[in-house]
Design a protein around this ligand. Structure first.
Ligand code: ADP
Length: 257
């Protein structure tokens, strides 16, 4: 606010100057908005499995417990929903840790090739049960990068996990590593169900899921996997992009600086 009549000093004289401080708080407001939307989203996501757990417990108490077969089926559902809650909480905490960029310890030396070798066996049984092959192709001397090895592996794990989840029986997943000029590039590609073009710009948003009906029951994710991937890539100063064709497959490309 500018005063046309300057405020007089204590001794009645006019001030010798005025300092005007203008602060742009657009950014602060925006952050506040993002934060409160996040809290609203998390609360909503946590409520869904809890409502379902309460519902099944209520039905059991009202008599379903006397039919052992039905009771066991309900308990399995309650168990799965509780797992989902734990996943949601863990992933939300991990994401907020990534966002505040805390815990960035001394950078480790990460051998890209061996990190890829370490994560592939984690998907062996899940891929085999769907008849999916996972292949690795490293071209040239891709060497090392520096940062948190656990986070680097988590980024690949989330991408390969999605590739398996969103592939039909008999699909193929390829993990490539190569040099593009002096940049190290990692690609995770699948021959799965693909992502509709209109959803592509939003898939890295927290809790964004394309269509809950697209995967087998029991494979429902949290919608946080790709936000985590994006944040880890950002912490590595890497760019991530995606190409996808509905019904043909999806390709995630990470370019390190
Ligand atoms: P989710 O926990 O639902 O898998 P993500 O954040 O990992 O959440 O992914 C967001 C959405 O992007 C998913 O719901 C899915 O629809 C889509 N998606 C991610 N990866 C793939 C992929 N490889 N193929 C097809 N769709 C994918």
């Amino acid at each position: 606010r500018l005063y046309t009549n300057p405020i007089l000093e204590r001794d009645g004289s006019y001030p010798i100057g005025v300092i005007i401080v203008l602060q742009d708080i657009t950014h602060v407001r925006k952050l506040e908005k993002v934060r409160s939307e996040f809290v609203a989203n998390v609360s909503h996501e946590l409520k869904t499995p809890l409502t379902s757990i309460k519902g099944f417990i209520e039905t059991l108490k009202e008599g379903a417990i006397r039919d052992e077969k039905i009771a066991l089926r309900f308990i399995d559902i309650i168990d799965a929903e509780a797992d989902r809650l734990v996943n949601l909480i863990n992933e939300t905490l991990f994401l907020s840790e990534l966002e505040s960029n805390k815990e960035e310890k001394a950078k480790e030396k990460i051998e890209i090739k061996s990190a890829i070798d370490e994560i592939i066996p984690l998907f062996k049984s899940k891929a085999e049960s769907k008849g999916i092959i996972i292949e690795k192709s490293i071209k040239g001397d891709i060497g090392v990068i520096f940062g948190s090895k656990d986070r680097f592996k988590q980024m690949l794990i989330n991408l390969v996990d999605n590739a398996v989840k969103y592939s039909n029986e008999g699909g193929k997943i390829t993990i490539q590593g190569y040099l593009e000029e002096s940049r190290k590039v990692i690609v995770v590609e699948d021959t799965g169900i693909g992502i509709p073009e209109e959803d592509l710009p939003r898939i890295f948003e927290r809790f964004y899921r394309v269509d809950k009906a697209r995967v087998r029951t029991g494979e429902g994710g949290t919608g946080l996997g790709l936000s985590i991937v994006k944040h880890i890539a950002m912490n590595f100063n890497a760019d991530i992009s995606v190409e996808s064709k509905l019904g043909k497959g999806t390709k995630f490309i990470i370019r390190f600086p």
